[in-house]
Design a protein around this ligand. Structure first.
Ligand SMILES: C[S@@+](CC[C@H](N)C(=O)[O-])C[C@H]1O[C@@H](n2cnc3c(N)ncnc32)[C@H](O)[C@@H]1O
Length: 291
């Protein structure tokens, strides 16, 4: 007899959460159990309904469940960048050019929120922004950060990675600002108010463009959502990122919503907004730049 997922979830909910967190960690390590990563998420799935941020932070910081999909020994290399992220970068470059900037010459610093091992930062360093000397990222997943630091140091990369929670972004950034801040597939792990705070912080610490990729709503343009909604299968939050930018006093420069169309299994909602940090004057060698 196959027991429906909803009944299993309700049965687990009767056990204390502290036990189930330990059970989730144990299940995730049992290589003999088929779908062990799904089981590790299922035993604590009801937690997402009570505290969605704590649920996601626990899974990512303990490198459980969906975190395993980001385990690949080699996610680095231009040929490994997923089509949805290539599209994000194409839109970002177009947006920078639209601001009168030359991405190869004028982007000197890049920060990524939720960078995993740092493969998008490495792509930015090697392929997109050769003038960038200051590249850094944070992620809550210490396993991914350690793997990324090891790989990047072998490559002689300038990228610096740090384990940190995006909810602490203001403290992490301190007085620093970056030309570009990236945040792709990450805000979905926070509920609306906490995600709004991260957006506000990113805008405050960006000189040129903040590039954000969220989950696209399949039926209505995300810009029409009045409140964030949890996605059924993983409790990822579908946000109205345009509204978050505007609420923080930012300006949406460019956006993309692709409805039900999926690119490598992802529904697309991109928002590119102007940063609010002071813009340093460009050198006279930048004749096209006007701001
Ligand atoms: C779906 S992956 C996306 C990785 C990468 N940005 C990309 O686009 O390929 C989400 C990443 O966000 C990180 N993350 C989730 N919650 C976080 C938090 N509270 N603070 C920092 N990073 C977080 C995860 O550890 C994971 O590496």
């Amino acid at each position: 007899m196959v027991i429906p997922r909803t009944i299993k979830k309700a049965a687990y909910a009767t056990l204390p959460l502290a036990w189930r967190k330990r059970l989730a960690m144990w299940l995730d390590r049992q290589q003999w159990i088929a779908n062990r990563h799904e089981w590790s998420m299922l035993v604590i799935r009801d937690w997402a309904e009570k505290d969605v941020d704590a649920y996601h932070k626990f899974l990512w910081s303990e490198h459980l469940g969906y975190a395993k999909f980001y385990d690949s020994a080699n996610s680095f290399g231009a040929d490994k960048i997923l089509p949805s992220r290539r599209l994000l970068f194409e839109d970002l470059l177009a947006c920078l050019r639209e601001q009168g900037l030359d991405p190869r010459r004028d982007v000197k610093s890049v920060f990524e929120v939720g960078c995993s091992q740092g493969y998008l930062l490495r792509f930015a360093e090697t392929q997109l922004f050769p003038a960038a000397t200051d590249l850094a990222g944070i992620d809550i997943d210490g396993t991914a950060i350690e793997a990324g630091i090891a790989y990047l140091s072998e490559q002689g990369s300038k990228i610096r990675l740090q384990r940190a929670d995006m909810s602490d972004l203001e403290n992490v950034l301190g007085e620093k600002s970056y030309d570009v801040i990236l945040c792709a597939g990450v805000l979905l792990y926070l509920k609306q108010e906490a995600a709004e705070e991260v957006v506000r912080t990113m805008l405050r610490h960006t000189r040129y463009v903040v590039a954000i990729a969220g989950i696209g709503h399949p039926e209505v343009d995300n810009a029409g959502l009045t409140v964030s909604e949890p996605r059924a299968w993983d409790a990822g939050m579908v946000h109205n990122i345009d509204a978050m930018v505007e609420k923080a006093g930012g300006k949406v420069l460019q956006r993309r919503w692709e409805g039900a169309h999926e690119i490598n299994g992802q529904r697309i909602h991109f928002v590119f907004s102007s940063g609010k940090a002071a813009v340093a004057p460009l050198s006279p060698a930048s004749p096209t730049a006007t701001r």
